[in-house]
Design a protein around this ligand. Structure first.
Ligand code: H79
Length: 449
């Protein structure tokens, strides 16, 4: 890539380029300051992170924010839950250890969800963890544990805040009536101040993962650009997602695998909960089997995306052992097969439910997810293969013909979720153009952006 000059960067940051290219428009189109490319690359190399949704709502086993004002939890009851929140078994080191055992490289915690409750000692509101019986700064403890154990830390922060009188909506989600009186500029100041607290007191952060409940695009206007530019000023290598109303650095398909995209960075957020619950949903909520998580991770990596897998800790402060056990199995799989996930790029085969592929240097990693008997047939590769092997060991035969590539592995060496076949090419795997699936194969997810 050509080197961007400081002047060009400045013009990009100020939006002057956008104005120059749109001759009919006199007002410059804002744009946010661009991400540090090496920070993007490092984050993409990490591929797998832990999302954590937690707060006083875990006491009710209902969904965070969305249950506020709903059946069984009137607004006053929801907003008073923090007075009873005392997660005495919270141990940040254990959370981080669980993430590391799962092979995750970063953690993103809900520091403030749409309900407005703050898990850190914010000086800008009293609605924080410091005013619960627990009185311990969870964000601080987790940020420190991450540093100690060598894993990156990031903050989820909801732009919508139904508790703050300045935000136009006092209930989560679209379609509610607006408050009679609100003050978005005052709220924006609050958001900017809290972002500053998070970056300054708990940073450096890998990301601020701003969220929306669908209302941001309707009310927040261009303020998102200011948010990103301010965060970037405080920490130049920070990454910001796309939900502030400004483009940000990466897309965030939710509860689905993103589509193949080698140009725009992306990260799918998914839940370990079998019912796609974000916060703790109780014992009966269920846990997705490790095999499905492995398949989702392979699909994300194959599409050139990351996966942020959510756990919802219990009200006593522990991540439920069943969730810990499921993600540990993913970590065990990654210990053997991580070479085909970490620091790879997606492709050249575009993902399908039967297979997906990742690559680096002269290597392609075929992730075979479903077999037809002993084999799996893919479209032609159009490149010469020098050697092939299975990352988990065993026998593999690869037939590389002009009409298609066929991989054959005996039953004893096939894995239920993902069998990773390593192909060493004679040339550069990155030079191969994306290979579309046969028409019978549908992509695993449809990307909107
Ligand atoms: O924090 C998580 C969600 O609460 C939040 N983003 C993730 C990371 C989110 N905000 N808006 N949305 C998700 C989109 C709305 C989803 C909904 Fe539903 C589907 C609203 C009602 C049905 C999910 C299921 C939330 C409540 C029930």
């Amino acid at each position: 890539m050509k080197k961007t000059t400081p002047i060009l960067l400045l013009m990009l940051a100020m939006g002057t380029l956008g104005a120059a290219s749109e001759t009919n428009q006199s007002t410059p189109q804002p744009t946010n300051a661009p991400a540090d490319p090496s920070a993007v690359k490092k984050w993409q190399d990490d591929r797998f992170g832990m999302f954590i949704h937690w707060g006083p709502v875990s006491l009710t086993e209902k969904e965070i924010s969305w249950s506020r004002g709903g059946k069984g939890t009137p607004v006053e009851v929801y907003d008073a839950l923090y007075k009873k929140f005392n997660p005495e078994k919270f141990n940040a080191d254990e959370w981080v250890a669980a993430a590391k055992a799962a092979g995750m490289k970063y953690i993103v915690l809900t520091t403030k969800h749409h309900d407005g409750f703050c898990l850190w000692d914010s000086k800008l509101t009293d609605y924080t963890i410091m005013n619960t019986p627990f009185k311990r700064d969870v964000v601080k403890e987790l940020a420190e544990a991450c540093k100690k154990q060598g894993i990156k830390f990031g903050c989820y922060y909801s732009v919508p805040d139904t508790h703050h009188p300045g935000y136009p909506y006092d209930l989560t989600g679209r379609g509610h009536p607006m408050r009679e009186k609100y003050d978005l500029d005052a709220y924006h100041k609050y958001l900017m101040g809290q972002t500053e607290e998070l970056i300054k007191n708990y940073g450096p952060l890998v990301t601020v993962w701003y969220d929306t409940d669908g209302t941001v695009s309707q009310v927040y206007g261009k303020r998102g650009f200011e948010v990103i530019n301010m965060a970037r000023k405080l920490q130049p290598d920070i990454l910001i997602d796309e939900r502030t109303g400004a483009p940000g650095d990466y897309s965030t398909p939710e509860q689905r695998v993103g589509g193949f995209n080698m140009t725009r960075p992306w990260e799918s957020c998914m839940t370990i909960s079998a019912h796609n619950h974000w916060a703790w949903g109780g014992e009966k909520d269920g846990v997705k089997p490790a095999g499905s998580v492995i398949t989702m991770l392979a699909q994300c990596a194959g599409g050139d995306g990351n996966m942020l897998l959510n756990v919802g800790p219990r009200p006593d402060g522990m991540i439920d052992p069943e969730q810990v056990e499921a993600i540990r199995k993913v970590g065990d799989w990654l210990k053997v097969n991580g070479e085909g996930i970490y620091a790879t790029r997606g492709g050249p085969y575009m993902p399908t439910p039967r297979y997906t592929a990742t690559r680096k240097g002269n290597k392609i990693y075929l992730h075979i997810l479903k077999w037809n008997g002993d084999s799996c047939k893919l479209p032609p590769l159009g490149a010469e293969i020098a050697a092939s092997s299975l990352l988990a060991g065993g026998k593999v035969e690869v037939s590389n013909r002009p009409d298609g590539l066929t991989v054959t592995v005996p039953a004893t060496d096939r894995k239920d979720s993902d069998t990773v076949v390593k192909l060493e090419l004679k040339g550069d795997a990155m030079a191969i153009q994306p290979i579309k699936p046969d028409p019978v194969d549908q992509p695993p997810g449809k990307e909107k952006k």
